[in-house]
Ligand binder design. Sequence first.
Ligand code: ZN
Length: 397
Amino acid sequence: MRVIGRRYDQGQPVSLEVHDGVIADISPWRGGDKASLPWLAPGLVDLQVNGYGGQEFTDPHLTAEAVERISTALDTVGVTSYLPTVITQQLDVQLHAVRTIAAARETLSAVRQRVAGIHLEGPYISPEEGPRGAHPLEYCRPPDWDEFCRLQDAADGLIRLVTLSPEFPSAPEFIRRAAESGVIVSIGHTNANSQQLQAAVDAGARMSTHLGNATHAYIHRHPNYVWDQLADDRLIATIIADGLHLPPAVVKSLVRGKSPERIVLISDITALAGSLPSQPGPHHDPCLGHVEILEDGRVVVAGQREYLAGATQPLHVGVTNVMKFAEVDLAAAVDMASARPASLLGLPGGHLTPGSPADLILFHMSEDDLRIEIVETMVNGEGGREKGDRRTLNIEH
Ligand SMILES: [Zn+2]
């Protein structure tokens, strides 16, 4: 199979050969009008997907088929690898969720190709109003290594990323053991002080989860947990650049403060992504609980307007927002959503180089508002977006 497009990183038209699901060769293409070609980039890698299309992963009734549905639905938004994210809930629900995801990955090839692991976000997070975000208070608790091992066993070792707060005495030891076992520890939903944050990073925490969100509405000017994490070069920060979770000035400041090389874009999308009610107003979701959709598109915990309840915009929206807000180029922005998260997970993808998996996206991007339209998504060289029956002119078999 041959794919023709403009390289996202160099702008040059190329012809890319795919054999057996792998990029076999890339050569210059001189066939015609460069401007009309779609952009060609590695598939996006999303470290935080809570759900999609009406389905949450943290669901007592989650099925393997539902995991497959979400996995292939993400093709439409250019995501070729992702971490299903299981959030704070009672242990039985979390056990069921991770067990079901692991079973789906074992038995369904579409899931195996796309699910790169599981992100466990909670229950080891702050019970404080604000840092807790939309996670249910009654299940927030200190890190418990034995309990985590039960979850990891149920997940068949698939938990690759755990978001926790280091504000608890048990946190440093938990972090050290998790890091030693190969799990990436990310600081998030936290009310930790400077010393606790320092101890967490010394113990092996490597990331910050959606830095700037899940905070108090009002915080001490300095020190505080945002500055401390922003300043620590050992931490890579994920951010939600959907235009709703962080104002443009904050996105720009975080990208400049961290450096683009230490930023990873995540979507943090929930079941409401791909199924957002057309009218603003109160909404009850069996998994999300009572939320309210505001006029500006934000989804908040019902009864207030300060604390958000997850996102609805797919990852590629963040790619173009970070270009606009932080004035980075397309290559840097795409890398924040592909090469960088791929390398964090140890995935071989994220690059347009021979030998890499043919996880690819073709997209158009409007010059005026930088909006991305995904034209085609390939996972291991297979066009999944339209179940194989729709092909662009830029792919030849
Ligand atoms: Zn969160």
